[in-house]
Design a protein around this ligand. Structure first.
Ligand SMILES: Nc1nc2c(ncn2[C@@H]2O[C@H](COP(=O)(O)OP(=O)(O)OP(=O)(O)O)[C@@H](O)[C@H]2O)c(=O)[nH]1
Ligand SMILES: [Mg+2]
Length: 336
């Protein structure tokens, strides 16, 4: 089980631009003095923590972060331009270590906190800087300083944004295996999942969230029945719960009945859990028996003004709207 998100990146700041060797050439001034300008500064590579970022997934795809060198100095005392910094955004809570030594370099704990991962080199001075009374026409200038480079390991202790709750066997693990790279055990009997699984779900172009699959819950779980409730602490800090229901079950007693039973257990564990927004979804709609019951079951929730999203983790049908509903809530909680 992996609760740590990790990425290894190479950062290289821009080199400083070269200083320039140049002499003034003006009409009527026979021997102009030196006027070579200074090179510009190379860009830094900066790592910034952002509350809007949730995982290190993007950095697994983009491992090289190289800032541009500063512009070279020019004649007429023109300095080279400074280059822009390269900004890498990571989630709050990211640890930055030197990949070679393992030394902890930074612990970004606050939104907006920055760490300069590689400092850009300053530009070399142009020959105008080197003119003295004894050498009024220096024919040399400095090279720019090299930008720093190094390899870093980034580590993030994953905290789930979304927790999946539901009775055993409803397809919680199947769902997480469909939407993320997590590969939990899936089987046709209750209590297949014995410990939480985390998965990273990508959405949009470059966004992602963490979803936790926990063991199934049953009536009396708060008192230790079944797998008990100890796993609920893994979802105590999530922003939203995905409540999955199964209406194809042999012992089917109504989706509303199951929904209430689980919610009662959640409330008994912690009233705060019940304040979290819940996305309610009915799984296994690929099965004929589920098809038959679906309309009536959704109708019952509708009367209580609760939207239910039907889907099939097996075929993938309806999964997209479930993810969309989750991301809408996540974006809202982030905005707050
Ligand atoms: N037909 C059908 N079967 C499904 C679907 N989703 C899950 N299943 C099956 O339902 C059974 C239980 O799936 P799991 O994903 O292990 O269920 P779970 O909720 O994680 O179960 P626990 O870990 O025991 O709480 C497995 O046999 C799955 O193949 C679906 O959309 N359609
Ligand atoms: Mg499971």
């Amino acid at each position: 089980m992996k609760f740590i998100d990790e990425a290894k990146i190479y950062v290289k700041a821009g080199d400083g631009g070269k200083g320039c060797v140049s002499f003034r050439r003006e009409k009527f001034v026979p021997r102009g003095g030196p006027d070579g300008g200074t090179g510009g500064k190379g860009g830094d590579v900066i790592i910034r923590a952002s509350a809007g970022s949730r995982t290190l997934l993007d950095l697994k795809y983009r491992q090289h972060h190289v800032a541009r060198r500063g512009g070279h100095g020019e004649g007429s005392n023109r300095s080279g331009r400074d280059s822009e910094d390269v900004l890498i955004t990571v989630p709050v809570g990211t640890l930055i270590k030197d990949a070679e030594t393992g030394e902890l370099l930074a612990d970004l704990t606050a939104d907006g906190q920055e760490f300069t991962a590689a400092k850009g080199g300053i530009g070399g001075r142009g020959n105008a800087c080197f003119a003295t009374s004894t050498n009024q026409a220096p024919r040399y200038a400095q090279e720019g300083i090299k930008g720093e480079e190094r390899t870093l390991t980034l580590e993030l202790k994953l905290l789930a944004d979304v927790g999946i709750v539901g009775r055993p066997n409803v397809g919680k693990s199947t769902f997480i295996s469909k939407v993320s790279a997590a590969r939990p055990k899936i089987a046709d009997y209750p209590f297949t999942t014995l410990a939480p699984n985390l998965g990273v779900v990508r959405y949009g172009d470059d966004k992602s969230f963490v979803i936790a699959d926990i063991p199934g819950l049953i009536e009396g779980a708060h008192a230790g029945t079944g797998m008990g409730m100890q796993f609920l602490r893994h979802i105590e800090r999530t922003s939203v719960l995905l409540h999955i229901l199964d209406i194809a079950d042999e012992e089917f007693r109504g989706a509303w009945h199951d929904f209430e039973t689980i919610n009662r257990e959640l409330a008994l564990f912690s009233p705060a859990l019940m304040e979290k927004p819940q996305i309610v979804a009915i799984n296994k709609i690929d099965l004929p028996i589920a098809q038959e019951r679906l309309k009536k079951e959704i109708g019952i929730f509708k009367k209580k003004k609760i939207t239910v999203l039907p889907f099939s983790a097996a075929t993938g049908e309806g999964i997209r709207p479930v993810i969309n509903a989750i991301t809408r809530v996540l974006e809202k909680t982030k905005a707050r």
